[in-house]
Write a protein that binds this ligand. Structure first.
Ligand SMILES: NC(=O)c1ccc[n+]([C@@H]2O[C@H](COP(=O)([O-])OP(=O)(O)OC[C@H]3O[C@@H](n4cnc5c(N)ncnc54)[C@H](OP(=O)(O)O)[C@@H]3O)[C@@H](O)[C@H]2O)c1
Length: 290
């Protein structure tokens, strides 16, 4: 990979850029301006979701850019309460309507299960998946996939599907590498994407990563992104400023050694920032400075 728009080939033959731009919860809230700037900065792969409420402005930014739709890679996701056969079909129609697009590049199930009392999650995921398979077969989406699915959630789909998931989007960054889930995906030819690749900036003060930043003459953010790239994982990174959007693309002119990769890979696993797909776990506030 030599630039953010160089591609991997997914298991169904579709090409996917090696870095995506995240659209969740941008600082300052001016998502239209941020998406416009991200397009100007060169990003073509955009990650959105019905939850984020960024589909409408993303669609607007894409249209107003004057760049053909086919040059973009647009991914969205259905939310927990949009799972189910009919619900998923309707959620997809709403997403296309908000984006004002007639197809998606990928459509994902955002989470495998709800929290309290979601006993029939396996059945619900399969009903949802059936709807996604039909959308895929009708040509309205170029690939279907998963997000926050751990091996036992994915196995339920793989055992019963006719169309295989092409990606799984997981929280991954130094300090939270989800090795078992990542290995499972690689074994099943499911491309892994990393959400919060900078740990929502929590990793930027980590002393070990700061040392590497100095060693390689890069920023900590660039070390985090390069680490993921070298693992064959697609980082979905978000920034609200042109300077950092560009900085996050400037990761193709250096390589972390195998030893440094191993050290970063084996940093203490203590920074779970999002939700757990199965359990409600109290969040830990990390403080590397102490
Ligand atoms: N599937 C899921 O369940 C799920 C969950 C969460 C997120 N996501 C996706 O993943 C995307 C990214 O995750 P995220 O937004 O949580 O976190 P992130 O990309 O790890 O971190 C974003 C934060 O890092 C800062 N930042 C970005 N580049 C930087 C740089 N070069 N130097 C210093 N700071 C930098 C940003 O601040 P500035 O804006 O000031 O640059 C922002 O505060 C989301 O937008 C969303 O698309 C998916």
């Amino acid at each position: 990979m030599r630039s953010i728009n160089d591609c991997y080939t997914l298991s169904n033959g579709v090409k996917i850029p090696c870095i995506g731009f995240g659209t969740y919860n941008a600082k300052g809230g001016d998502n239209l301006a941020i998406n416009r700037t991200a397009i100007e900065a060169g990003y073509r792969y955009f990650d959105t979701a019905s939850l984020y409420e960024t589909e409408r402005v993303l669609g607007q930014a894409v249209r107003e850019s004057g760049i053909p739709r086919e040059e973009f890679f647009i991914v969205s996701k259905l939310w927990i309460d949009e799972r189910g056969y009919q619900e998923a079909r309707e959620a997809f129609a709403r997403t296309l309507d908000r984006l004002q697009m007639d197809y998606l590049d990928l459509y994902l199930i955002h989470w495998p299960r709800g929290k309290e009392g979601d006993c029939d999650w396996k059945e619900k995921d399969l009903d949802t998946w059936r709807a996604l398979e039909e959308l895929y077969q009708s040509g309205k989406v170029r690939g279907i996939g998963l997000s926050n699915f751990l091996p036992h959630h994915t196995e339920n789909i793989l055992k019963n599907c006719t169309v295989k998931p092409v990606v799984d989007q997981l929280e991954i960054h130094p300090g939270y590498t989800q090795e078992a889930a990542v290995r499972y995906c690689f074994e099943h030819d499911i491309r892994v994407q990393a959400w919060s690749p900078l740990g929502r900036s929590a990793m930027l003060d980590h002393p070990v990563l700061k040392e590497y930043a100095e060693k390689y003459g890069k920023t900590v953010a660039q070390i985090c992104l390069r680490f993921l790239l070298q693992k064959g994982i697609i980082p979905l990174v978000k920034s609200s400023a042109m300077e950092r959007m560009k900085q996050n693309q400037d990761i193709f002119d250096f390589e972390l050694t195998a030893e440094d990769m191993s050290i970063i890979n084996n940093m203490p696993q203590n920074t779970w920032l999002g939700e757990h797909p199965d359990f409600a776990i109290p969040k830990k506030k990390s403080n590397f400075a102490q």
